[in-house]
Design a protein around this ligand. Structure first.
Ligand SMILES: [Zn+2]
Length: 207
């Protein structure tokens, strides 16, 4: 009798990344850390988790991508231009740098988004070459973590699913803004409806 948690034979395990898998770390930048210009509560807690996951992928020779907001100083999402957010992640400023301690592998491909004043992009696929790079690398499944669960992580996951990639959410390595108190739960529910699987970062590291 098969155990109830046994997956179909052909389905790759969510605990053991292998060929065709990639890690996508979303927007782990100083301005999104607590105390930053647009700080996400507790985002700093996931730095060591994502560092560990990136290490797993790098040791297995699997690709790692790191998205980042990389805005001009007059970006349309800033309040001075009528947008919803305070100025954040302005290109080439300390706030736009990746959070200290993330220690991304040297092989990490950095994906800059919303780099033009009139262009907003929550998704790492929007206006970037991320899809082309993933296809060129033969990637079929993405492991995703970072911030914010209810904005850029959700938008990136939506696009990934729309484009036909399988997605595994690193469920303990994401943090939400929660502008409304239940935004995080809504985002997680939306991802489940999209067929996203989940894994805890420590399960990957133990594999
Ligand atoms: Zn932004």
């Amino acid at each position: 009798m098969a155990r109830s948690d046994t997956k179909i034979d052909s389905a790759p395990s969510v605990r053991e990344p292998g060929p065709g898998d990639a890690l996508v770390i979303v927007d782990m930048q100083n301005d999104f850390m607590p105390g930053g210009a647009l700080g996400v509560p507790h985002a700093d807690e996931i730095i060591p988790l994502l560092r560990s996951c990136a290490g797993v992928f790098a040791r297995r020779g699997l690709p790692v991508y790191a998205t980042r907001d990389w805005h001009p100083a007059n970006h349309c999402s800033f309040r001075a231009q009528g947008g919803p957010w305070p100025p954040h992640c302005i290109a080439d400023t300390p706030g736009a740098q990746f959070a200290p301690g993330l220690d991304l592998p040297a092989s990490t491909a950095v994906i800059s988004k919303a780099t033009q004043a009139e262009q907003e992009a929550y998704s790492g696929f929007e206006g970037t070459d991320l899809e082309r790079r993933l296809r060129a690398a033969g990637v079929r499944r993405l492991f995703v973590g970072g911030v914010a669960t209810d904005y850029c992580v959700l938008a990136t996951v939506r696009d990934a699913r729309r484009l036909g990639f399988d997605v595994v959410l690193l469920e303990d390595a994401v943090r939400a803004v929660n502008v409304a108190p239940n935004d995080e739960q809504k985002a997680l529910g939306a991802m489940r409806e999209l067929g996203v699987q989940t894994v805890r970062s420590a399960e990957l590291a133990a594999a």
